[in-house]
Design a protein around this ligand. Structure first.
Ligand SMILES: [Fe+2]
Length: 208
């Protein structure tokens, strides 16, 4: 995504299309308004927000805490782990919005207190995007640590392609504006859920 507002622009376009469809089908303007409200309350958009020719996801520094050979797993939650649960899901896409299966996604992060496990593999794990280009991690919201706003580190690599190393950020974090690494193009979309937080981010690789 080249800018963080693109998802909401796309959602707005979908709302307008929904209203137009409702009008064409003879529904009243009240129905159309209701449909818009219902859609606006709908959680995360089900379709990719990629535009044809979209900019690739920006790269960011790996920082000092990456460790190779993390375990393959979707859930990084371990018994006794504290912190708000977060499910991060999305797709891996080419610049022309084609889903990319079998992409390695390696995530590492601080725990809820802002501490990395540099001895073991706590809150570290990798997985591969599925046949539809989808991935999903279950983890906890990372805490702040000195000089940084909360963030997740990821390495994303399609088979035989260069590694994209980047970081994802949380919307509405006061610390974002004070963090020199923060990039709004790397904001996840988040919403509260019964289980904690649901977050969504689609990676766009520099592949046509
Ligand atoms: Fe970090």
């Amino acid at each position: 995504m080249s800018d963080a507002m693109r998802p909401s622009r796309n959602l707005s376009r979908r709302l307008l299309l929904g209203a137009a469809a409702a009008a064409l089908s003879g529904a009243s303007s009240l129905d159309a308004a209701f449909a818009q409200t219902a859609l606006a309350q709908t959680s995360l958009p089900p379709t990719p927000s990629c535009d044809d020719g979209d900019d690739p996801t920006p790269a960011q520094t790996a920082g000092p805490f990456f460790k190779p050979r993390s375990p393959e797993r979707q859930s990084l939650i371990e018994p006794g782990m504290t912190g708000t649960r977060i499910a991060l899901a999305g797709m891996v896409l080419t610049r022309s919005c084609r889903p990319v299966p079998n992409v390695l996604l390696d995530l590492w992060q601080a725990d809820a207190r802002g501490v990395y496990d540099n001895k073991g593999f706590r809150l570290r794990g990798h997985q591969f995007s599925d046949a539809r280009g989808c991935y999903r991690f279950e983890t906890v919201v990372p805490g702040r640590y000195p000089g940084r706003t909360p963030h997740l580190h990821l390495r994303v690599q399609a088979k035989g392609r260069p590694i994209l190393t980047t970081q994802l950020y949380f919307p509405d974090e006061a610390g974002n504006a004070r963090d020199g690494l923060f990039d709004p193009a790397l904001l996840m979309r988040t919403q509260a859920a019964a289980s904690g937080v649901e977050a969504q981010y689609d990676f766009v690789l520099a592949i046509r």
